[in-house]
Write a protein that binds this ligand. Structure first.
Ligand code: RP5
Length: 161
């Protein structure tokens, strides 16, 4: 199967958060790649990645960054693909708000679908849902996953009975 989701992050220090996107994509049967591409430290690599991802068959990009988090917005400006931004509460962050606002407050015309602070799991699910809109097997995996969430809630409530 072809790689359909690209996960990128600004630093290896983002990996503990961004790994959660990779884990849920694996669970949902979506092929992904995962790389470190910094907007500030490797702008040339960021440019190359964003310009070429769609040509390589990638369908969605998940981009995570902390602090002055330019990576998701810059990649969105360069790529025709949907970009999901993950604000990361990094060691240089002021409580996460800097990365949340940097990723969320994109100007009109350049959207970044922003998930919650450290919300890489939801970024993975959203990416799978986008891919699943044109892939019945992946869509079925998402339906099954939602059913498992329901079952877990019903099961957890039994302790109160
Ligand atoms: C951002 O700066 C990265 O995405 C990371 O969240 C943050 C800190 O990076 P390191 O100093 O830990 O490499 O660009």
């Amino acid at each position: 199967m072809a790689t359909e989701v690209g996960i990128i992050m600004g630093s290896k220090s983002d990996l503990p958060v961004m790994q959660q996107a990779a884990d849920i994509l694996s669970k949902l049967g979506v092929e992904y790649e995962i790389k470190i591409v910094s907007a500030h430290r490797t702008p040339d690599l960021m440019f190359e990645y964003a310009k070429n991802a769609h040509g390589r068959g990638i369908k969605v990009i998940i981009a995570g960054a902390g602090g002055a988090a330019h990576l998701p917005g810059m990649v969105a400006s360069l790529s025709p693909l949907p970009v999901i931004g993950v604000p990361v509460k990094s060691s240089n962050s002021i409580d996460g708000w800097d990365s949340v606002l940097s990723i969320l407050q994109m100007p009109g015309g350049v959207p970044v679908a922003t998930v919650a602070l450290n919300g890489a799991k939801n970024a993975g699910i959203l990416a799978a849902q986008i891919v699943g809109s044109a892939d019945k097997n992946i869509q079925q995996n998402i339906t099954d996953y939602k059913q498992s969430l329901r079952n877990a809630v019903i099961e957890s409530g039994k302790i109160l009975e």
